[in-house]
Design a protein around this ligand. Structure first.
Ligand code: F6P
Length: 431
């Protein structure tokens, strides 16, 4: 029976904005059994690469399947001995692959991530052949995991939140999902073809096997995946308490906290105490307003230069009104393109994004809660990465004073809660 393939919206953006130069397009092809963290890895990797400025999109074959056949198909749909199921899955997989190629050739894509199980040699050969014929570099990323504890945690923490089981009880969902995994296991062939470029991630980064990995982009991908893990833990982002510069309305500088800022530091310390976490990583910038904010926490805080506020160069110490009056063309240029505008002798948001890149990797690596006490612009960059915000939107994200933004990265998105600790102060955020 012919089926109409429903084509879900792409994630990621396309457009004619400036992007980093790259020789040839890339297709990253995920491989692995269900519940091995592939979707999490694909989504996180896609977010990271697009945050770095690459035109990136994730093609999730599961979304094509859900859009075409509905979210609730029985486990038998995935049985390799069920010819109708096999054909239906092949169709949606090829539709996603066609869209991927089309996105590369006609929409200026740079790095596409093909998120599917691709669990047999025959499927991988077919995918590689079609992608290579379209002139794309192909990199396989296989997630191998035999550790039952990790698999179980993955099923509970991620799959039960997946759209497939939105209307199903937890027990039924687990039973059905285990049956689905069994079907895939019956046909699964791990990558063993050394003519391919591949990264094998074993037991969530315990071991990595690299084969035919050359060049800048694959190197970045290896570094990112090496540090990624799937354990949910909160990341708390907070600006420093209100500073004397905030009171005066000036940007930059290295001023101390105002009395309200010191009150926030006390509120933050008691809020953190109330979270009852044994181990907490605390990072501040090297500027005194963040160091002072962290002082009452009673925990060691690591000062990171890369967390210092955007360098306003010749405008450091001025108010926005002064910049507009005294340097109108600079003001207009910033209004026109806040992401790329660079202060004279200072930085742009793009510079800040590049500067915090190593910190992102460090952040991903942490297995315990992390509290980052930073500044408006640098926290916009971190928040933008963690929530998958559009790059263009980053300079306009709302990061108010005296508020802890709690982020918990999960397979299908990042949970965000804002904890307003007060005191309330005027002019707490710019846009
Ligand atoms: O005003 C506080 C501040 O942290 C300044 O030091 C910094 O220049 C500014 O925010 C960044 O925000 P925006 O990019 O919106 O000017």
């Amino acid at each position: 029976m012919p089926v109409d393939i429903a084509r879900p919206n792409l994630t990621g953006r396309t457009g004619d904005r400036p992007k980093p130069p790259m020789r040839g397009g890339w297709a990253v092809v995920m491989v692995g059994l269900p519940a091995r963290g592939k979707t999490y890895m694909a989504r996180k990797l896609g977010g990271y690469l697009s945050w770095l400025g690459y035109e990136t999109a994730v093609f999730n074959v599961g979304n094509y399947r859900r859009a075409t056949f509905g979210a609730e198909v029985p486990a038998s749909f995935f049985d390799p001995g069920n010819p109708e199921g096999v054909m239906a899955r092949q169709k949606v997989a090829m539709a996603a692959l066609d869209d991927l190629k089309d996105w590369h050739t006609s929409r200026g894509g740079q790095i596409a991530i093909y998120d599917a199980t691709n669990s047999t040699r025959a499927r991988r050969d077919l995918v590689a052949e079609r992608l290579s014929a379209a002139g794309l570099n192909v990199l396989f990323v296989e997630s191998v995991c035999e550790d039952q504890e990790i698999i179980e945690a993955n099923i509970r923490a991620t799959k039960l939140r997946a759209p497939d089981y939105a209307n199903v009880s937890e027990n039924d969902a687990v039973t059905d999902f285990r049956a689905r995994i069994k079907h895939y296991e019956a046909a699964y062939e791990p990558i063993d073809d050394d003519s391919l470029s591949y990264i094998k991630v074993i037991d969530v980064g315990r071991q990595m096997v690299l084969n035919r990995i050359h060049g800048y982009v694959p190197g970045r991908i290896v570094n990112f995946l090496m540090n990624l893990h799937v354990l949910p833990r909160p990341i708390w982002l907070s600006r420093h308490g209100q500073s004397l510069a905030n009171v005066a309305g000036t940007i930059g500088t290295d001023e101390a906290l105002s009395p309200e800022g010191r009150e926030f530091a006390r509120n933050l310390a008691s809020w953190v105490k109330g979270q009852n976490v044994d181990q907490l990583v605390v990072w501040t910038s090297t500027l005194q307003r963040t160091v002072e904010t962290a002082r009452l926490l009673g925990r060691p805080a690591l000062q990171q230069k890369s967390l210092d506020e955007i360098d306003a160069g010749l405008c450091d110490g001025m108010t926005y009104g002064e910049i507009e009056r005294k340097m109108p063309s600079e003001w207009r240029a910033r209004q026109a393109d806040k992401l790329r505008y660079r202060y004279p002798q200072g930085e742009s948001y793009e510079d800040v994004i590049r500067r915090v890149d190593p910190l992102i990797i460090e952040l991903e690596r942490q297995r315990q809660p992390v509290l980052v006490i930073g500044h408006q612009a640098v926290l916009r960059a971190l928040f933008g990465y963690l929530t998958g915000a559009e790059r263009e939107a980053v300079p306009h994200l709302r990061i108010p004073l005296h508020t802890v933004l709690e982020l918990v990265p999960r397979a299908y998105g990042c949970e965000v809660h804002a904890h307003k600790l007060g005191p309330t102060v005027a002019g707490a955020s710019s846009s």
